[in-house]
Design a protein around this ligand. Structure first.
Ligand SMILES: CC(=O)Nc1cc[nH]c(=O)n1
Length: 101
């Protein structure tokens, strides 16, 4: 099974179903709809759930909007700040939509 990691600060929101997308750089978005993925924490690699990929869609940083913020359970300004810190200067992102399984 493929694997993806999330920062531990996102774990609660993912398990609660409040965070249903993740915005990633290309090298971290090599998934297709239907993939079932093992999810673990980035910091300690502890497994915490499995997800199924619904869709993978290119999105530019400059196009991030309220829809993305809601799916990330953040305010839009906060989302832009978080993504800027994770991927400084990167405009070409991929939105991975997922559901818990
Ligand atoms: C580990 C890691 O890169 N985690 C990320 C990155 C972007 N979005 C996200 O939800 N989690």
């Amino acid at each position: 099974m493929k694997n993806i990691t999330f920062y531990s600060r996102f774990e609660t929101d993912i398990l609660a179903g409040c965070k249903t997308i993740t915005l990633r750089e290309a090298s971290d978005a090599q998934f297709v709809a239907g993939d079932r993925i093992r999810v673990s924490r980035y910091e300690d690699d502890v497994f915490f759930c499995n997800i199924e990929v619904i869709a993978v869609t290119p999105v530019q940083f400059a196009e991030l909007n309220q829809y993305h913020a809601v799916q990330e359970n953040m305010m839009l300004d906060e989302l832009k700040q978080v993504i800027s810190e994770i991927y400084p200067g990167l405009n070409e992102l991929f939105m991975i939509e997922f559901r818990l399984i």
